[in-house]
Design a protein around this ligand. Sequence first.
Ligand code: SAM
Length: 237
Amino acid sequence: LFVKGELAAGQQRAIEGPQAHYLGRVMRVGEGDAVILCDNFSGEWAARVVTAGKREVVLEIADHLRPREDVPDFTLCPALLKKPRFDQVLEKATELGVAKIRPVITRRCVADALNMDRARTVITEAAEQCSRTALPELFEPQPLAQFLREWPEDAVLWFADEQGPEDDTVPPAATAFAERWPPAGLLIGPEGGFDDAERDLVRDHLQARPVSLGPRILRAETAAIAATAVWMAAMGD
Ligand code: SAM
């Protein structure tokens, strides 16, 4: 379980709310049982249940098991999608090991806002499920132009361009990714893709490099997840 604040050996922690429900009702922990905690600072810790009540489970922190992991500096920049599809992007990107998620708002976005608390819950649950010891950093959604203005000068911005197959200047993602090391980002369009003006804006950006994910038009969430997996594979992660 991920908890707020830094953990330390010997500390007692009261777990409340949905996490207490999960421990007490779903996992049915009792006094003396082992639980694994993570704090997103120092990494993973072994803890023991001191008391298990209906509303509160008290844990004592024991041994440090693993330091917080280092993940490659890769930022997934997906256009906002409708909730269930965007949840999939958040969940799978977390499993695949992205460092940051920077949602982008474009003209054809159907969704125009993101519930940040809910999104953090999806990310945290995905991290717990796959035993990540570092949560991806989630940014507030930004309009495309502002996002491009603020993109760091030292990072390449891969741009998944579905018009790639018609344009022989657009290389396949797997070949291109292997040529540039992190820090890197990957920009993915919304359900209806980027419009022509946005495509030109992205292509004119100094750090942006178009890449193709093949001849088929993938759903936006498939493109985000597949391209992230290809990037991780290219980096050997
Ligand atoms: N209408 C579908 C949907 O509802 O999801 C397709 C959306 S596709 C236009 C969304 C984004 O996925 C594109 O803007 C692009 O970034 C990426 N994408 C999809 N297929 C791709 C491909 N073959 N190569 C590169 N990028 C692709």
